[in-house]
Design a protein around this ligand. Structure first.
Ligand code: W6P
Length: 361
């Protein structure tokens, strides 16, 4: 009961969203005056993280349709409660030794929450089985968007703090001030083409054009996740559509540098999909039967890595999650499909580092 009240009290406050620039400056400062900056960071997080965790713990307890009582959802809620307690019950850090202890707590929290996407997905699937296929519900979709978005933010804050003071030149915490889309695209091309070879025994080539020397401040891991997901979908669609053809049409990637946005377009000739399937592409709740044929892949956040040894077929969380990662720093992910020809994916990223974290989707 005391815990519940503490959570309600913290959830009544709003989280404080940061910008990439702010995170970066803080990270830079940590290189100059590590001890002092780390302590300040820890003190700020000691106030901020309980607020963000409390919002999630509370909402998990208030989910509709019995979702709140699903064992997997309860388990996740307990994680949020435990993490909330771990921080609130520790005293605010006052010196370097406290900061070190606080960082240990953060590290444990981050690991504790590693499987949260999977567990929530499991709860949603159970709900679906329980309620029938009709429950593709807006309320649940917006909950999942909020929930996963908030998880991105919490993990960024923790990872940033834990990475303060270390890392490669140009890095400040988790922010890469000179993130190079072309480099990440090359890495994602390698990884996804190799997946395609493993799975189909062949792969389309990928052509990269546009501003390949562009650098801007961003989180490498977030951009990579989106690129991997999109390329994987394009390669898969291409192979599946041109199975018996002598040659596979290449996937084309263009990096465009604007004043406000970096835009990455990924075009395939994989046959596209129906306009009526567009909604399903962004949905967390679908039945296997309705699974759109072209969105079977996903990256690390796939909900059941263990049951599906085949890494090329996921549960379709990849695209909605990629869009959340894009939106987190004020970007956007859009798909345009020409049924019978192919698909263009547009990944827009805000390049000035001045957008606040999107905390609520
Ligand atoms: C498709 C379906 C899709 C989703 C996302 C990205 C690319 C593609 N291509 O056919």
């Amino acid at each position: 009961a005391a815990l519940h009240e503490e959570i309600v009290r913290h959830a009544a406050r709003r989280g404080t969203p940061l910008t990439i620039s702010e995170l970066y400056k803080f990270g830079k400062r940590a290189l100059a005056t590590p001890a002092r900056t780390r302590l300040q960071s820890a003190q700020w997080l000691h106030g901020e993280l309980p607020v963000r965790l409390a919002h999630r713990a509370r909402e998990l307890g208030e989910l509709p349709y019995g979702l709140a009582d699903m064992p997997s959802v309860r388990e996740v809620r307990e994680m949020y409660q435990n993490s909330f307690c771990d921080i609130v019950e520790s005293s605010p850090p006052q010196d370097a030794a406290d900061e070190e202890k606080f960082s240990e707590i953060l590290g444990r929290i981050r690991t504790r929450h590693d499987d949260v996407v999977k567990l929530i997905a499991k709860g949603v699937i159970e709900l679906k089985e329980f309620c029938g296929k009709g429950t593709t519900d807006l309320e649940i979709r917006s909950f999942l968007d909020r929930f996963y978005m908030s998880r991105i933010g919490i993990r960024v804050l923790m990872s940033h703090h834990l990475a303060l003071g270390g890392g490669q030149p140009g890095m400040a915490g988790v922010i890469n001030n000179a993130c190079r889309p072309a480099d990440l695209i090359e890495q994602a091309i390698q990884a996804t083409r190799s997946l395609s070879y493993q799975h189909y025994g062949e792969s389309a080539t990928v052509e990269l054009r546009g501003n390949t020397s562009l650098e801007f401040p961003y989180i490498d891991a977030h951009l990579y996740l989106c690129l991997f997901e999109l390329l994987k979908n394009s390669l898969r669609a291409t192979v599946e559509t041109h199975r018996d053809a002598a040659e596979l049409p290449p996937v084309r990637v263009i990096v465009a540098d604007g004043k406000e946005d970096v835009t990455i377009k990924i075009s395939d000739e994989g046959g596209g999909f129906r306009r009526s399937e567009m909604k399903g592409v962004w949905t967390y709740l679908f039945t296997t039967a309705k699974l759109p044929a072209k969105q079977l892949f996903s990256l690390e956040d796939r909900c059941d890595r263990t049951n599906r040894p085949d890494p090329i077929a996921g549960f379709g969380y990849g695209l909605p999650l990629s869009r959340l990662y894009a939106r987190y720093w004020g970007g956007e992910l859009g798909l345009s499909s020409m049924e019978g020809y192919g698909t263009d994916a547009y990944l827009h990223l805000s390049k000035l580092g001045d957008k606040k974290e999107c905390l609520t989707a």
